[in-house]
Structures are given as structure tokens and as C-alpha cells.
Design a protein around this ligand. Structure first.
Ligand SMILES: Cc1ncc(COP(=O)(O)O)c(C=O)c1O
Length: 372
């Protein structure tokens, strides 16, 4: 079966006569659990919940590939998932190699907390596989490709091979493409981590994260971290995620087509000094992206003259919702430098292509660029 069919079917409840196609969320804190707890599937909701189990099976299937079956654990947010990998793996004296342009909260978490607890944090850019230079003695290599918001690309398979030779585990923050767009475990990573707040669920209404892996010992460590820190997802969010994941194949196909068309259009505009999208043949990481991605993702970035030009563009656009985050069915954009923390120009805009009609989007972007 094709991926789209498998994903859609995985969100259905078991076909027992008289049961709904999509069972509702299970709201529980404790479960009936007399006697030996190890003989009972559900005891207390900080550790497990049937609606999580269903969602985890669906995500695990997406993360699985030729010759291996992945397992997945869901978290209350993408950052809770990132923190679980750092927390379960890194100990004082260990070294972690992070992208210097990684999602800023992951970088701050490593530098403000883990570094202060005795973990050495080494930083190198995503582009040109520069992290490969820092692997000696490292415990964990953290990759983010395409990176948010600069859309840099690195070669996951090559870096994973180098990291394993150096004795390091490999985690990929796979938020922008989703596992349907890029499958890190198939490329040799030990962990595929994502904020499913973004394209995976796509409706801009829930926070969610997951960690997927092949190795059961690693799974056990991440699972224990989740239970001990209480990074538990609400059952309603898990259920909404299942509903949303059923349309991931449709949403991703449309939004990535739209992103490609918008990126191509922006390259023709004199007001735009740079367009960053791995789907463009001129992108320095395009060849690697073609090799390792099934979709180039819904996110692109571009640079206008300065802060005023970027603010004017956002104010004049009717169809780009001026908001942070990305991956939703609604196209959105923001002037990213307003947050600080990233090495980007004042006129840098991150745009997330939604599922609207492309002619409407292109007409809106053109008029917003024209407007004075
Ligand atoms: C690449 C990346 N990783 C992790 C996160 C954190 O996800 P969440 O906001 O769901 O905690 C984000 C959020 O923007 C992100 O863009």
C-alpha cells in the first residue's frame, strides 16, 4: 500500500461491529487496576492512555521503513519531546553537537540548562555537514534539516554514519517536513523527534510532540523520562491529532506544492534579495534534499530590504496570517527577527504555505509586494 493509504487507515479504530469508526478520547487519571499492576495495560494516565496508544501506533507506522519497525512516544509539546532526548541521554561530562542555527528553544535549553549541569555543548552550522567536524568523543549529535528558519540542509545519512563511527547517538528534529516528507530513521538516525504542533497536525489548535526510535532500550529510557517528568499529552489533544493526521497526506501534498510555487514566484521579484527553499534548484542543499526528502516541506523564507519593507508586506497581505508557528492549513508569515535569537536580517520573513488556492496566494503576495 502507498503511504497515504496506510496513514489514513491507521487512524481508524478496530473494526468491531457496533463500534464507532473513530472512537472518542479516553479521559482518565487512574484506571481500574486491582492486584499486580504489571498485568494491567493501563493503570495511571501519566504513564499511558489508550488514545495515546492509538496515536503512537499511527506515528510509528509513518516512521517505520524497510527492514525495521519504529515505535513512537507522544509528548505534551515538541519541546517536551526534545527535552526527553536530551534528558534521557545526556549526563554531566557528556558532549552534544547541536546546529548553531537549530530551533532557538532547543539551543537555549541545551546552553542554559544542560551546559550548566556539566554537558559540553558544541555548535556548528547545519549547512555543508559542518557538524561532522565536532563529533569526536560526542554522546549525541542533534540534527535539524531543513533548519528553522534558515532552511539549511545537511546530509542525514552521511552525518549519521560519521556520528556512529565516533560512538555518538543521532537525533533529527524532523518538524518541518514531517515523517511523510522525510524519514530520519530510514536514513540511519536513532531518534526522529518532532513538534507535531506544526504540519503533522496542521490545524493550529494543539501542542504535540513525539520521539520515534527503533531500539527498545532507548524507547524505555525516553518512556521513563516522560513518566517521571510528567510531560504527558492530554487525551483530547491525542484524539484531535488522530483526526488531523488522517488528512496529512492531502495537506502536505497541497501545501508543499504551494510552497514550491511561492518560492519560484518570489525569485522573480526584484524586492526579494534571497529566497530560501530546498525545493529550488539554486538552493545549496537541493541535491541532498532531493536524495533524502519525499516533500520539501511547507516552509520557506525570504528576505526583503529591511524591517519596514517586511512589516509593510505583512500588513498589506490579505491571505498571509501574521502569526508565528507554521505547517497549518492557513498560510501564515512573520518577520522572524522580531523574536531575536537567530542570525538573520531584519527583513527576513518565514512563510508557511497553507492549502489555499495557489492563484489566490500568488495574487495576494504580488499585491503585498507592490503595495507602498
Ligand atoms: C524545529 C522545531 N523544533 C521544535 C519546536 C518546538 O515545538 P513546540 O512548540 O511544539 O514545543 C519547534 C517549534 O516551533 C520547531 O520549529
Amino acid at each position: 500500500m502507498h503511504e497515504a493509504t496506510k496513514i489514513i487507515r491507521s487512524t481508524l479504530t478496530r473494526a468491531d461491529a457496533g463500534e464507532p469508526l473513530h472512537a472518542g478520547p479516553v479521559f482518565a487519571a487512574p484506571y481500574h487496576a486491582p492486584g499486580d499492576p504489571s498485568a494491567i495495560p493501563y493503570t495511571y494516565a501519566r504513564s499511558h492512555n489508550p488514545t495515546w496508544t492509538h496515536l503512537e501506533k499511527s506515528i510509528a507506522q509513518m516512521e517505520s521503513g524497510e527492514g525495521y519497525r519504529a515505535s513512537a512516544l507522544v509528548f505534551a509539546s515538541g519541546m517536551a519531546a526534545c527535552a526527553a532526548v536530551f534528558g534521557a541521554i545526556l549526563r554531566p561530562g557528556d558532549e552534544v553537537v547541536l546546529p548553531s542555527n537549530a530551533y532557538y528553544a532547543a539551543r537555549v535549553l541545551a546552553q542554559e540548562y544542560f551546559a550548566k549541569m556539566g554537558v559540553e555543548v558544541r555548535l556548528a552550522p547545519t549547512a555543508n555537514n559542518a557538524q561532522a567536524e565536532l563529533l569526536e568523543g560526542a554522546k549525541l549529535l542533534w540534527i535539524e534539516t531543513p533548519s528553522n528558519p534558515t532552511m539549511d540542509v545537511c546530509d542525514i545519512a552521511a552525518l549519521a554514519e560519521a556520528a556512529h563511527k565516533a560512538g555518538a547517538l543521532v537525533a533529527v528534529d524532523n518538524t518541518t517536513p514531517t515523517p511523510l516528507g522525510q524519514r530520519p530513521l530510514s536514513l540511519g538516525a536513532d531518534f526522529s523527534v518532532a513538534s507535531d504542533t506544526k504540519a503533522m497536525t496542521g490545524h493550529s489548535d494543539i501542542l504535540l510532540g513525539h520521539v520515534a526510535m527503533r531500539d527498545l532500550e532507548l524507547r524505555q529510557k525516553i518512556d521513563q523520562w516522560r513518566t517521571l517528568t510528567g510531560a504527558a499529552l492530554g487525551p483530547m489533544e491525542a484524539w484531535l491529532a488522530l483526526r488531523s493526521i488522517a488528512t496529512l497526506p492531502l495537506r502536505l501534498e497541497r501545501s508543499c506544492q504551494n510552497a514550491q510555487r511561492i518560492a519560484e514566484f518570489l525569485t522573480t521579484r526584484p524586492e526579494v534579495s534571497q529566497v530560501l527553499y530546498p525545493g529550488l534548484p539554486t538552493h545549496p542543499g537541493h541535491e541532498i534534499a532531493v536524495k533524502q526528502m519525499q516533500y520539501f516541506g511547507p516552509v520557506l523564507s525570504f528576505v526583503l530590504r529591511d524591517k519596514a519593507a517586511a512589516e509593510n508586506f505583512l500588513a498589506k497581505s490579505q491571505l498571509l496570517t501574521d502569526a508565528t508557528s507554521f505547517g497549518g492549513i492557513t498560510s501564515s508569515a512573520e518577520r522572524r527577527a522580531r523574536w531575536g535569537g537567530d542570525q538573520i536580517a531584519e527583513g527576513f520573513i518565514r512563510l508557511s504555505a497553507g492549502c489555499e488556492n495557489i492563484d489566490d496566494l500568488l495574487a495576494d503576495i504580488a499585491q503585498a509586494l507592490d503595495a507602498k
